[in-house]
Design a binder for this molecule. Structure first.
Ligand code: ATP
Ligand code: MG
Length: 263
């Protein structure tokens, strides 16, 4: 990571939080060929705060999370972690990808997927140790998956796979946790389990950002909500941002169908 000492702290108009953000997107744009997926995104994410990211299919939620994790280089702008530019994945930022972004046929067992959480710290001099293996089993135990340790990841159900990726993120002992639709397709007990884990992380001062299509979850399980559709449509306290006008601005006319009262 490279330091940018003179960069001013960023925030949106109306952002009342004057604390320096731990993670910042600074005038971030992403262009794929002729198409622009994100345009001039400036956002700050604080320690001990959970942010939900909401927007229609194709809004750029996954693209934003990939940029924040250092996996995808933005076309313009930068991502800053405690003021330093993030150019590649770092052990300080854990990322749980959207299910559709994972190659589930990759021949790897559950324990080794969890151990990937240590890969950014491991090196030729300090390879993965027995201690790491014990920690990986403990993380799998936390998500109730330790008895599946030797099973191929592709053989698990969707909700079980999601829990293994949460274990991988836990093992990373990061400061920032980025989760792309962690609740999609998982049953109620798994949702509750993941929510408890995220709440513990938040209380211990971690920064959490999750993308979701579940508006109730976006409101009730986050402190801050960002409405995104290629640009930031609105950002603010989760309890106040999911208004009908804001949702219409984010989703367009399609939202009117959802907002119609039932006959
Ligand atoms: N590697 C890529 N090459 C070309 N276009 C891409 C690529 N990745 C994403 N896009 C495009 O960028 C836009 C944003 O995609 P993204 O996956 O970030 O949306 P999303 O908000 O996560 O959608 P969803 O709710 O369906 O997951 C889409 O138009 C998508 O087709
Ligand atoms: Mg997505």
């Amino acid at each position: 990571m490279e330091s940018v000492p003179n960069l001013a702290p960023v925030g949106l108009p109306g952002d009342t939080d004057s604390r320096p953000a731990r993670l910042q997107a600074h005038h971030l744009s992403v262009h794929f060929a002729e198409r622009s997926a994100l345009e001039d995104i400036t956002l700050g994410f604080h320690a001990g705060e959970t942010t939900s990211l909401v927007g229609p299919n194709g809004a750029g939620k996954s693209t934003l999370l990939k940029c924040l994790s250092g996996i995808l280089a933005p076309s313009h702008g930068e991502v800053l972690l405690d003021g330093e530019i993030v150019r590649r994945p770092t052990s300080r930022v854990a990322y749980v990808p959207q299910r559709s972004d994972v190659d589930w046929k990759f021949p790897i067992n559950v324990l080794d997927v969890a151990l990937m959480g240590r890969a950014l710290r491991a090196s030729r001099l300090y390879p993965v140790s027995d201690h790491d293996r014990q920690d990986a089993l403990a993380a799998l135990h936390e998500v109730r998956m330790s008895r599946f340790a030797s099973i191929q990841i592709g053989a698990l159900s969707g909700g079980q796979q999601q829990r293994v990726f949460i274990a991988r993120a836990l093992l990373q002992q990061a400061d920032v946790y980025l989760l792309d639709e962690p609740f999609s397709g998982v049953d109620a007990p798994t949702q509750t389990l993941v929510l408890h884990i995220l709440d513990d992380l938040r209380q211990s001062g971690k920064t959490i950002i999750f993308a979701t299509h579940d508006l109730a979850m976006a409101e009730q399980s986050a402190d801050v909500c960002v409405l995104l559709n290629r640009t930031v449509v609105a950002k603010g306290p989760a309890s106040r941002i999911l208004t009908v006008p804001n949702l219409r601005s984010t989703f367009g006319g399609a939202m009117d169908v959802v907002l119609q009262p039932r006959a």
